[in-house]
Design a protein around this ligand. Structure first.
Ligand code: PLP
Length: 381
């Protein structure tokens, strides 16, 4: 489909092309020096002790849980309004996901009150998701975690560069997890990063990333070791040099891209402010600290969503839904029978509009005029 305004778009410049060429010409393409630099630069940018580059955000979530000792018999509290990978990662470890509702129609992040209600003696961790790059109520949630002795894992897939109270998201909990999938604020096509202050956790992440081995092919190539032991059952969750080199270039342009996202979000919000068929979640003032990963709107009425999305498609505008709630998927029907009224209401009425740093004023205007035109049709019915 040839969209006039796609949902997301890539933003590569000469640096990314040069980065790929540099690696191809270096003669070393699996994990090595570019990855070490990518990890150092990412850790420095976030202001955190350790960063471990991985093959995906999902791998980061899985290894974060494993490195913190989460496994069978443990419960992990998680929102249902997230991408399914957040919850799948919990299931990989043998632990049980316990779904928490979101706060309100204005705040789509997990409700601290719900978390408090769901904690049991089996709860070992909270898996937070910063929806769209808007920070969860980290101050309150941290208090609960400290009080109850719970670990915090941040799924910061939407939130590289976002900040809460002067501290970057992903650095508030025990481990922060990032995704570099192609639609993310910074991308390596596929890729991820886990960050932590704890050097034992970082060591576990590194061991688990590469089959549980004590040395890498890169170490042996450099003559740093001849052999290896396998100290636990690990995975092949390694990134490679090509993706790490692209990641370094993308990291260098992240601040600029995030501020373009914020500007476009502010303009679009202003243009849509008078539309009575919808509301826009999260307060305007929260944009200053947000990475503005996506642009969600909330329709007044669930019954108009299909016709709205079809109308936008006719105008050449791609829309989506972030997210169908995980607890409603067939795969999760067996493990969850509770109700999440706010999540279910929001998930039935939400639509994601396009947002990417290179979006031009004509594209923004087309979105706004198309929404207005649909609104007029509805009023005249
Ligand atoms: C909230 C969230 N968590 C986890 C993931 C998984 O990341 P990845 O696709 O890199 O495995 C994604 C994105 O795809 C996501 O949006």
């Amino acid at each position: 489909m040839n969209w006039k305004v796609p949902l997301a778009d890539l933003h590569f410049g000469p640096d990314e092309y040069q980065a790929v060429r540099r690696v191809l010409e270096s003669g070393w393409i699996s994990m090595g020096p570019e990855t070490e630099l990518f990890e150092c630069e990412f850790a420095e940018y976030l202001g955190v002790g350790h960063a471990v580059a991985l093959s995906s955000g999902t791998a980061a979530l899985h290894l974060a849980l494993m490195a913190l000792g989460i496994g069978p018999g443990h419960e992990v509290i998680v929102p249902s309004l997230t991408f399914v990978a957040t919850v799948n990662a919990i299931v990989y470890t043998g632990a049980t996901p316990v779904f928490a509702d979101i706060s309100s129609a204005e705040d789509w992040n997990v409700s601290p009150k719900q978390i408090e209600q769901l904690v049991t003696p089996e709860t070992k961790a909270l898996m937070l998701v910063h929806y769209g790059g808007f920070p969860c109520r980290l101050d309150r949630i941290k208090e609960i975690a400290v009080d109850r002795g719970l670990k915090i894992i941040e799924d910061a897939a939407h939130a590289p560069g976002a900040v809460f109270r002067g501290k970057k998201l992903g650095t508030w909990g025990d481990v922060g997890c990032f995704s570099f999938f192609s639609n993310k604020n910074m991308t390596t096509a596929e890729g991820g990063m886990a960050v932590t202050e704890d050097s034992d956790v970082a060591a576990a992440l590194r061991t688990l990333r590469s089959h549980g081995m004590t040395s890498l092919t890169w170490d042996r190539h450099r003559g740093h070791s001849f052999s290896y032991d396998v100290v636990r059952t690990g995975y092949n969750y390694r990134i490679d040099e090509i993706r790490s080199a692209i990641g370094r270039s993308q990291l260098a342009r992240l601040e600029e891209n995030n501020s373009l996202r914020r500007e476009i979000t502010r303009t679009t919000r202003k243009l849509l402010a008078q539309e009575d068929m919808l509301s826009i979640p999260f307060p305007e003032e929260d944009l200053d600290n947000c990475s503005c990963h996506i642009f969600p709107i909330l329709l007044k009425c669930a019954s108009i969503r299909d016709s709205f999305m079809a109308f936008m498609k006719q105008q050449g505008i791609q829309t989506s839904i972030h997210y169908p709630p995980v607890h409603r998927f067939t795969a999760y029907a067996d493990i969850w029978s509770g109700e999440l009224p706010v999540t279910e209401d929001i998930a039935s009425r939400m639509v994601t509009l396009p947002l990417f740093p290179g979006m031009n004023r004509d594209q923004i205007d087309l979105i706004a005029s198309s929404v207005a035109s649909f609104g007029r049709t509805m009023r005249n019915l």
